[in-house]
Design a binder for this molecule. Sequence first.
Ligand SMILES: NC(=O)c1ccc[n+]([C@@H]2O[C@H](COP(=O)([O-])OP(=O)(O)OC[C@H]3O[C@@H](n4cnc5c(N)ncnc54)[C@H](OP(=O)(O)O)[C@@H]3O)[C@@H](O)[C@H]2O)c1
Length: 168
Amino acid sequence: MTTTERPLALVTGASSGIGYAMAAMSTRGTGKILFTSSVAALTPGPFEAVYAASKAFLHSFAEALRNELKDSGVTVTSLLPRPTDTEFFERAGKEDTRVGSGKKDDPAEVARQGFDALMKGDDKVVAGSFVNKVQGVAGRITPDTAKAAMHRRMAEPGKGGTSPAGDE
Ligand SMILES: NC(=O)c1ccc[n+]([C@@H]2O[C@H](COP(=O)([O-])OP(=O)(O)OC[C@H]3O[C@@H](n4cnc5c(N)ncnc54)[C@H](OP(=O)(O)O)[C@@H]3O)[C@@H](O)[C@H]2O)c1
């Protein structure tokens, strides 16, 4: 699969595959579902436009399902990690970007925050350090055009090396 096809496969896979699990949990009257979205869902994503759009889909999908299932005993949680220290950037060939070469969150801590939110039945969690969470709140009042420009700086190929981590 190409880098464009992969996120799109995720979109179709999530929306078609989740139905069976949801129906089973709903019949049982209990269950918890966690979608791994990304803070990339909250901003336009130049140089990874399909990826960011697929993560926006997943986040919206999770929130909508959560509402549909609100009286069923099933909760749906959306996990929105910031840049995290996994093999993600290497696999995506993005090590030469600012975000790829910048500081990242500890994957164990991100996983713990996602698990805690899932167990509590929260609708979403922006995972990562306190500074990351503050940046996440600031992002809510930043215009999309400005967020796109910021994302561009972080994700543009060949610009890695100096900046701290940004949206991913
Ligand atoms: N790292 C970040 O900065 C970051 C930030 C926000 C959101 N996320 C999201 O977090 C999720 C996990 O990414 P990661 O950072 O852990 O990346 P990663 O280190 O590259 O790991 C990806 C994992 O997905 C598995 N995988 C890939 N394609 C698969 C498939 N078709 N079927 C089943 N498993 C498959 C891989 O399994 P194999 O090892 O067997 O190939 C691997 O365990 C992704 O949805 C990503 O979008 C990551």
